[in-house]
Every structure is written in structure tokens, then in C-alpha cells.
Design a protein around this ligand. Sequence first.
Ligand code: SAM
Length: 233
Amino acid sequence: MKEILTTGLNQLNLPTAAVPALMEYGRLLVEKNQSMNLTAITDPAEVARLHFLDCAALLGAADFRNKTVLDVGTGAGFPGMVLRLVEPDLHLTLLDSLQKRMDWLREIAPALGAEDVQIFHGRAEEFGQNPAYREQFDLVTSRAVADLRVLCELCLPFVKPGGYFLAMKGQKAQEEKDAASRCVSILGGRLCKDYVYTIPGSEISHRVVVVEKLRPTPGAYPRRFAKIKKSPL
Ligand code: SAM
């Protein structure tokens, strides 16, 4: 894992100081995965590539330094915790609706030197209507949580006007993007050029859909989750 991470981070032009913390994160992830469903990927080399390097690559999509960052549907901390370990100069909040995963992240954060990370258990559509979180973040990230239209309604309300929502997607993002342009505009955003990268040490290319927040999101959004799912914007 050490070699894969060091080489991969070098290829991404990112610092390698976080390699020991990432290795500990990987060890704790695989260990806990025996009793709690955290990840389908358990081979250490695959964890290094498909979780850590994939998430770290997102740092190339925007300038994260000194930014307030919210990761929606973070699960076992992806991509948020990886971003914070590789780029310690960001102010990270993690949000997920599964309490057990958030309890685990809270438990391991000190061992990773990431005690400063705010970790919340809750639903994005509810937090997004709370003034304490609404339009409070420079950057909002999300990986493998929902279709882009659903995701935009969950995530764009958190972004400050002038900030960005970064949705990590596979190569099929174009279809979702085509379907989401009206929704993005209603929510106060604008679709920008995608950020495309290849995960170091693999042939896998991923795509980040970048949405700039131009104006505040109308107060009616996000709606209740059943409504968002039933009639996406
Ligand atoms: N982002 C992580 C990753 O890339 O490995 C986890 C992906 S997992 C497939 C989706 C996560 O989104 C789950 O942990 C789930 O609890 C969370 N989630 C789904 N809908 C949510 C919502 N409305 N609000 C908050 N979290 C949500």
C-alpha cells in the first residue's frame, strides 16, 4: 500500500506526507469492515487505488486550500476524509444518514490526526434547510450517492454563491449531465467543464461534474426525499 500511495500521489502532483495516515486509515477500514459494512473493496492495494487515490485525485478539480468543504453521503469518509488527510489546510464537515458509519469516523479521526473534522449524522435534505448549514460551504463534494439530478437538489443548497459542487462520477456522467441542466439552473447553478482523470496505477478514468453556484437556491429546495426521488427536477 505504501508504494502504491507514494507513487500515485506523486503522479497526481500531490504531497506524500499523508501516506502513513492513509495506511492507518486503510488498516482500520479493512479491520472494521469485518463487523460493519463499510466497503466492498477490501484488498489493500485496491483500497489504495480505488478509494484513496481516486478520492485524492479530486484535489486537482479545484483549489481546496483554506476552503470550507462539506462531503455529502460520505459513508466511510470518501472522498472527504482523504481530501483532509492529503490537504490538511481545509475545513472539513462530513455528513451521512447512517449513524454507525459516522460513529466509526468519529472514533478513528484522532488516530488519523483529523480531530478537527466535523462529523454529522443526518439527512442532506434536512440539513440543507437548516440556516446553520445552508449556503455555508465553499465546496461541496459527493461520490456514489445518487443520480445527478437528485444529488444537485441535495448538495447545491449547501454551496455559497461563488462556490462549487463537485460530483464524482464514472464515465457515464454525460447522460446524467444532459438530464440535469434544467435542474442545475433552477437550483441557482451552472454546469462547468468536467474534470477528467485516470486513477494512477490503473486504466480507470473518472469524471467530476463541476457545478458553479451563481445565486442562492430558492427556499423550496431541497424538498422531502420522497418528493425528490418521485419527481426529480
Ligand atoms: N461516498 C462514499 C463512497 O464513495 O464510498 C459512500 C457511498 S455509499 C454508496 C452512499 C452513502 O450515502 C451511504 O453511506 C448513505 O448512507 C448516504 N446517503 C444516501 N442518501 C443520503 C442523504 N439523503 N443524506 C445523507 N446521506 C445519504
